[in-house]
Design a protein around this ligand. Structure first.
Ligand SMILES: [Zn+2]
Length: 227
């Protein structure tokens, strides 16, 4: 993916962007569980402590598997499209059982019981990573708001607002941050494009000031914002 040099404040890079703990590992943003090989070059990374890095990975794995099962209409490894996820469902019978139990037939369709707290954890984690990477200013405080729902469940008006690209950035990025560098590298176009596509049909996101929007697997739309 397109990448630009970051000149933002070095003091913001010495600690975990999720909890302010020690910088022990580089966290891919998004985690590779949401992407397929060959992985995009220059995948963004943010500093994380070991415990945050490990703590989120189970929930991320759950969400990636859940989305694949929803798209397939089944939790059977043979049915899902992404081979990496099929492998996880084969190797982890516990996770597979849990997802099978979440599947409910209703009328002609299939509904899935979602473990909302786990999805919430992942969405806020991803947003923290994106906002830290793009603006150079990590947000450790609680977000002012958040939400997620399937893209298909949005009304046309809500969908338009979600995808909408403002004519001009509402909040100007810090001088030297990646977002500001993008503005110089590509002109105002970058804000017209708005979205950063990490991998087609897998993951895209956009950051406007402290408002982060993400679309995972072309299915789940999520947004998180800070005051
Ligand atoms: Zn941490």
């Amino acid at each position: 993916m397109r990448q630009v040099t970051d000149f933002s404040d070095e003091r913001n890079k010495g600690w975990c962007v999720h909890c302010g703990g020690p910088y022990e590992t580089d966290d891919h943003m998004p985690s590779k569980v949401f992407l397929d090989r060959p992985f995009p070059e220059n995948l963004p990374v943010t500093p994380a402590c070991a415990s945050c890095n490990e703590g989120f990975s189970r929930d991320e794995e759950y969400l990636a598997c859940l989305l694949e099962c929803i798209l397939a209409g089944s939790a059977h490894p043979d049915d899902v499209e992404r081979s990496a996820i099929a492998r996880k469902l084969r190797d982890q019978p516990g996770l597979r059982k849990r997802l099978e139990a979440a599947r409910r037939s209703e009328g002609d369709g299939v509904l899935w019981d979602v473990e909302v707290e786990r999805v919430n954890n992942v969405v806020v984690k991803l947003a923290r990573g994106h906002v830290a990477f793009e603006s150079g200013e990590p947000r450790l405080d609680e977000p002012a708001g958040r939400g997620f729902q399937p893209l298909l469940a949005m009304s046309p008006a809500v969908r338009r607002d979600f995808e909408h690209v403002p004519d001009l950035p509402q909040i100007w990025p810090e001088v030297g941050s990646r977002a500001m560098s993008r503005l110089f590298v590509t002109g105002v176009d970058v804000f017209d494009e708005g979205w950063q596509e990490v991998q087609s049909r897998r993951y895209r996101y956009r950051v406007d000031g402290a408002h982060v929007r993400m679309v995972i697997r072309d299915y789940l739309a999520a947004e998180v914002w800070w005051d």
